[in-house]
Every structure is written in structure tokens, then in C-alpha cells.
Design a protein. Structure first.
Length: 238
């Protein structure tokens, strides 16, 4: 193993060892039950996972794209939930700086293996979303495919990846409308919730668009999607 690879392996080992010391059995069991997870849980609070990863990244200094992906893969490689959280934190911390459209295939593998919103959502918004915001044209075909995928976590990701553009004031409203309309009749909770979430965020800047969109589709919308979508609309808008 070359020196750079050995350095990354040592960093991954250090993160894992630190996290292994920080959890409690009581919290681990509570989180495992809450997330309905089949992974091993250590019971480490999310802020502690983030602090541990940030400390490791500071010690390593600026990482290249390849090294970022390699470190994330090392952290993900076992079936410990907090180790996988650390991989997600690594990817999201460096996404804006180094990830590009060609990395969506690798991110897709993580998304398919995640099995919980607690890993999917930060990847969707802060890793995939960062890549989509920087180069939407190069990502469109992948998002379109995910929006039709049998895996509902991929469909949820296709929606949530649009959030950074919404928050930056550059929403892709045609794509959002197309995805949300195609998924509107779904019974999957996490898809219904995601549609409402993204529409709610759009409504902060463009309440007229959201009000018109939900009025037209109200008979098809679940109560969950409706409540989420209209939560920030001015009273009397719909």
C-alpha cells in the first residue's frame, strides 16, 4: 500500500475507533428501532459523528476527488451505521469542491445500500444536490432515470436533489413538476413526503407557482403531500 493510501486507511481507522468509543448501548438500541435498521448501531449522536469527521478531514488537509471517494469507501466498508454516516459526512463535506456528474454512479450505489432516510437524505441534498446544482445539464439523464426507478429511495433522491437549486433561487420547476406529477399517485410515505417538502421550499420564493400546482392536483394528492406543500403558503392562498 502506497503512502497516500496508507494515510487514508489510517484516517478511516481513526474515525472508526473514535466513533466506537462515543456511543451508548441504550441510544444504539433506540436508534436501531427508530430507523428499523439491520445495521450495527453504536449510539453516537449525529453532532459527534460530524465533529469526528471534520477533525479527521482537517488533519488530512485538502483531499482530491479520488482521495475523497477512497476515504468514503473505506468508512462505508463495514455494516456499522455510524461508520456509514461518517462516509456520508465525508462526501457531503467535499461534494461542492470535488464531486462531478460522473460520480453519480458511485453515489447511486450508496443510495441503494442506505436503506434509511437518515443516510439517503444528506446524500441526496448535499452530495447529489451539490453536483446537480453545479452541472444540471450533465445530471439530467441520471435524475430522470432515478425518478422512474423501482427503488423508492432513488425516486426520493431525484426530488430532493432539486432542493439546492430551489434554495439558491434557481429552481428547475419544469423538472420538479414533471417528477412530482408522475409520483403523485404513489402510496410510498417517503415519496409523498418528499414531494410536499420540495414544494414547501419552492413556496418560500414562489408561492404562486405552488398554489396553482396544488390546486390543480388536489384531488390526487395525499393528505401528507398537501399539508407539507401548503404549510408556508399565506393564509387564503389555497
Amino acid at each position: 500500500m502506497g503512502e497516500p493510501h496508507a494515510r487514508l486507511a489510517a484516517a478511516a481507522d481513526g474515525v472508526r475507533e473514535a466513533l466506537d468509543r462515543l456511543g451508548t448501548a441504550e441510544r444504539a438500541e433506540r436508534e436501531r428501532a427508530y430507523l428499523r435498521s439491520d445495521l450495527t448501531h453504536l449510539g453516537v449522536p449525529v453532532p459527534e459523528v460530524r465533529r469526528t469527521v471534520k477533525s479527521a478531514l482537517r488533519a488530512l488537509g485538502p483531499l482530491s476527488r479520488d482521495d475523497t471517494l477512497r476515504l468514503a469507501a473505506l468508512l462505508w466498508s463495514d455494516e456499522v451505521y455510524e461508520h456509514r454516516q461518517a462516509a456520508v459526512e465525508t462526501l457531503t463535506a467535499r461534494a461542492s469542491a470535488v464531486l462531478r456528474a460522473g460520480d453519480l454512479a458511485g453515489l447511486e450505489r450508496y443510495l441503494r445500500a442506505s436503506g434509511t432516510w437518515a443516510l439517503v437524505d444528506p446524500l441526496a441534498v448535499h452530495a447529489v444536490g451539490a453536483v446537480v446544482s453545479r452541472d444540471p445539464a450533465a445530471c439530467g439523464d441520471t435524475l430522470d432515470r432515478w425518478a422512474r426507478d423501482e427503488d423508492f429511495w432513488l425516486r426520493r433522491t431525484a426530488l430532493l436533489a432539486l432542493l439546492p437549486g430551489v434554495r439558491a433561487g434557481t429552481p428547475d420547476l419544469p423538472r420538479l413538476s414533471r417528477y412530482a406529477d408522475a409520483m403523485l399517485d404513489e402510496r410510498e410515505f417517503f415519496v409523498r413526503k418528499a414531494i410536499g417538502w420540495v414544494l414547501r421550499e419552492v413556496s418560500v420564493r414562489d408561492p404562486g407557482f405552488v398554489a396553482a400546482w396544488v390546486r390543480e392536483r388536489r384531488p390526487r394528492m395525499s393528505g401528507l403531500t398537501w399539508r407539507e406543500a401548503v404549510r408556508r403558503l399565506p393564509a387564503g392562498t389555497v
